[in-house]
Design a protein around this ligand. Structure first.
Ligand code: SOE
Length: 367
């Protein structure tokens, strides 16, 4: 296992949208939090030399490289961060783990459950993180606390929707996210994976599910939309919808939980707010509380700005990284790690199987 030193030398493979989000987190984490490490942005690696050099200069990476194999083998690197297209995750992550590096990887972890399991096994002796960044939205971390405190009571319903609308845009029609050989799946891996990760976090394991997939664009080979019904081990039932064709919705990642004592509701497009309903309130004031999750008593928020000075998308990567570094310093297991992401991948395989069979799939049948 890589030994934490005060200095942590980082290599990042990939330099696209997520490369910017991760670079920003590496740069900002120590500005807002007292992190136990000095993060050194050693090397960024991507295919196009000129673009990578430009990226390195812009985001403060010491070096730009184009050969990931030699980067992950370097003795001076402690941590490898992967933000390349999905089909490359396994090779890079397993080589990095074999070289004893800590491995951070974008979601979905793998192309399927079998590959995710292989990755988790290969990384058994190193520390891992998967960027399910929404876990570390302050309002979602608060939702988790409320569930754990029993504020929802016995959960009845879990309802998640992840709605985007760019799937029909001809300007992006040839993006890797629409190619099955590179993405593995469409809305399923890209969006539903986030919703499933949050559902596992907030409501526990899913035992059985039934799904349907839809592709709206002729000849496209990945799903544009996915719907599913789910049964949870805790007795509640759930519905999920993830789509790139929800006209009018940009990044509307929502969930609701309704239980015997209360309910909570979240929408990423209004990410500083958590709606909380408490059945114990006096009848005349019953209704949802609008909690603006930016206060000193809320998760993460006091490290940023005074109450009411809202946070954004980029903060979720900072808080995820900070949690990882805190676990590293305390020698504690971090979540979500490769094993956690493999559980999401198992559910995605179950979704695929159910859609193909047009029947309910028992999650334990997925190997
Ligand atoms: C694109 O659909 C995307 O950027 C996803 O890949 C991210 O994981 C999600 O957080 C926002 O939307």
């Amino acid at each position: 296992m890589a030994k934490p030193s005060q200095k942590l030398n980082v290599a990042m493979i990939g330099a696209g949208f997520m490369g910017r989000a991760h670079s920003n987190a590496f740069l900002q984490a120590g500005h807002f939090f007292d992190i136990p490490y000095e993060l050194k942005l050693k090397v960024v690696c991507a295919r196009n030399r000129e673009a990578t050099e430009h990226f390195a200069a812009k985001w403060g990476w010491e070096e730009a490289q184009t050969d990931w194999q030699s980067v992950v083998a370097r003795k001076d690197i402690d941590l490898v961060d992967i933000c390349t297209p999905n089909h490359t995750h396994a090779a890079v992550a397993m080589a990095a783990a074999q070289a004893g590096k800590m491995v951070l990887c974008e979601k979905p972890l793998a192309m399927n459950y079998a590959e995710a399991r292989r990755m988790a096994e290969a990384a058994r002796n190193v520390r891992t993180l998967v960027w399910f960044n929404y876990r570390c939205v302050p309002a979602i971390a608060l939702a988790k606390q409320l569930v754990e405190q029993g504020k929802v009571g016995q959960p009845y319903h879990y309802r998640a929707t992840y709605l985007q609308s760019w799937g029909g845009d001809p300007k992006v029609a040839d993006a890797w996210r629409f190619r099955p050989s590179e993405a593995g799946s469409g809305a399923m891996g890209d969006l539903l994976s986030h919703s499933l990760d949050l559902a596992l976090l907030l409501n526990g394991p899913i035992t059985e599910l039934a799904s349907t997939l839809k592709t709206f664009i002729p000849r496209r080979e990945v799903d544009d939309a996915v719907l599913l019904l789910a049964r949870f081990a805790n007795g509640s039932i759930g519905t999920f919808e993830a789509t790139r064709f929800a006209t009018g919705c940009l990044n509307r990642n929502c969930f609701e939980i309704h239980g015997s004592k209360g309910a909570i509701r979240f929408n990423l497009e209004d990410m500083n707010r958590l709606e909380v309903f408490d059945c114990g309130d006096a009848a005349e004031i019953q209704g949802s509380h609008n909690v603006i999750v930016t206060g000193a008593e809320h998760p993460y928020a006091r490290h940023f700005w005074p109450p009411g000075h809202t946070l954004g998308y980029e903060h979720t990567f900072i808080t995820t990284l900070v949690d990882f570094l805190a676990c590293l310093a305390k020698d504690e297991k971090f979540h979500p790690n490769f094993d956690d992401a493999a559980e999401v991948q198992k559910l995605l395989d179950a979704v695929d199987a159910s859609a193909k069979d047009r029947s309910w799939t028992n999650v334990t049948s997925i190997a």
